[in-house]
Design a protein around this ligand. Structure first.
Ligand code: AVJ
Ligand code: FE
Length: 437
């Protein structure tokens, strides 16, 4: 568990920064300079933009804000400001070429580690440095962009450049019923205590939740295929009006990266085409597709509070755990995280990762769409910058929970909130369903 001992947090920050940079290097050294500068999809930045943006955010928060240093290259700030230029327009900017981007990020990192060595992380160090928050925030930021870069890898054409061992299979027998009942009652949602929780996870507050049933595993490709075969994509009644418009306008008939080949569904995954694995959680579906599937089954997506209660609430003690399995940090037998594998584990895997309510695979594998809009918790305060969460609150973004195989442990916890537009499907998104008790 995360203690508040400043020296332990300093070590933790160092380890998290090093782990993130190793992954950034893997993602940016595995393709040539031409591919680093190319745009693989208008939805994504060139990889070389992410690389220098990672360095620039680190410079702004660790070197300037915490360390009080002067800007190293103030003229590049605008290039790497995500709000100044759309992703589609980034390839035409005068970006730092690969060698310069690498050197800049490495230079910033060297200085950031000096600041980490020399900054008091106790109360007196100020709100940014306290408990190593800014260092943890920057490690999480880099890991979030590493996931973004992995999405770019998935979108790029051409032969595979990444490989990883297979995730563990399902427990034998899984011992899982299809769904469990989570009885009515309040629970504590969000966190005030976790020193590295981001602003939108704060503060902890009580929520009343009516009784509900929730799936013990994410919806699988095989489940989803039955929806397709039943004509799900051609029956308007299952779809939210905007979802129906989206699938019609784009001619969608299956999740992104699926293709039909002589009566069989195949999918492309990191440069390899393979049969769709029926017992693996479905991936690359939009919120609209998740919502339509749930309606087809006579169910619905869980709300964000239902999801978090199923994941964290311990009926024995009445308290909320940091993770479904307890307060201990993630480990390889508990969740498929950190790009250790390049796919979700099959439904029924990770029996050691289940929640007290008996719900499996909540952390890792696939991001799970919830029915909820991304909204601030009561008492929310933007910290340290409005552009992380505050400017995204509202009905246009839906909340995703739990993290995918591409999320690192530093950016994964029972309270972590992700969000995206309901049309998005290049992200590592899946879902599970729920219904009222
Ligand atoms: C929280 C994943 C939606 O990638 O847009 C990265 C994270 N914020 N840089 C995103 C983020 C600023 C953000 N998400
Ligand atoms: Fe960013």
């Amino acid at each position: 568990a995360v203690g508040l001992d400043p020296e332990a947090l300093r070590q933790r920050a160092l380890a998290a920064l090093l782990t993130a940079r190793e992954r950034t290097a893997l993602l940016t050294d595995s393709v040539d300079d031409g591919e680093l500068m190319a745009q693989h999809s208008p939805l994504m930045s060139p990889l070389v933009w992410d690389l220098a943006h990672i360095g620039n955010q680190e410079e702004q928060w660790l070197l300037r804000a915490v360390g009080g240093r002067e800007a190293m290259r103030p003229e590049i700030d605008g290039l790497y400001d995500a709000f100044e230029h759309s992703r589609a327009s980034r390839p035409s900017l005068p970006l730092l070429p690969p060698a310069e981007a690498r050197a800049y990020a490495a230079d910033v990192r060297g200085r950031a580690l000096d600041i980490l060595e020399g900054t008091p992380l106790h109360e007196g160090g100020g709100p940014l440095a306290r408990a190593g928050f800014a260092f943890g925030m920057i490690a999480q930021h880099e890991q979030q962009h590493d996931e973004t870069m992995l999405i770019t890898h998935q979108l790029r054409a051409g032969p595979a450049v990444l490989s990883a061992p297979e995730p563990p299979g399902p427990a034998d027998p899984t011992g899982l019923p299809a769904e469990v009942l989570v009885a009515e009652g309040p629970f504590t949602m969000g966190s005030s205590a976790d020193p590295w929780a981001l602003d939108n996870e704060r503060p902890a507050h009580r929520r009343e939740v009516a009784g509900f049933f929730i799936d013990t595993s994410p919806v699988t490709c095989g489940d989803y295929e039955r929806f397709i075969e039943d004509g799900g994509y051609s029956e308007r009644r299952w779809w939210a009006p905007e979802g129906w418009d989206m699938i019609r306008a784009n001619g969608l008939t299956a999740p992104l990266f699926w293709l039909r080949d002589s009566g069989q569904w195949l999918r492309r995954r990191f440069g390899v085409t393979e049969p769709v694995p029926r017992d693996e959680p479905v991936l690359h579906v939009s919120w609209y597709e998740a919502d339509a599937y749930a309606r087809w089954t006579g169910r619905r997506l869980p709300t964000e509070s239902e999801w978090e209660k199923a994941a964290r609430h311990d009926p024995a003690s009445g308290r909320s755990l940091r993770y479904p399995w307890g307060d201990e940090d993630p480990a390889p037998d508990r969740a498929n995280l950190g790009q250790r594998h390049l796919r979700p584990a099959r439904a029924g895997a990770y029996p050691a990762g289940r929640s007290p309510h008996g719900v499996g695979q909540l952390m890792g594998d696939v991001w799970e769409w919830t029915s909820s809009d991304f909204l601030p918790y009561p008492g929310f305060a933007p910290f340290p910058y409005r552009e992380y969460s505050d400017v995204f609150f509202g009905p246009e973004h839906k909340v995703l929970r739990g993290g995918s195989f591409a999320v690192d442990a530093v950016a994964c916890r029972g309270t972590f909130r992700n969000w995206d537009l309901p049309v998005r499907r290049q992200i590592f998104s899946g879902f599970r369903t729920a219904k009222d008790a």
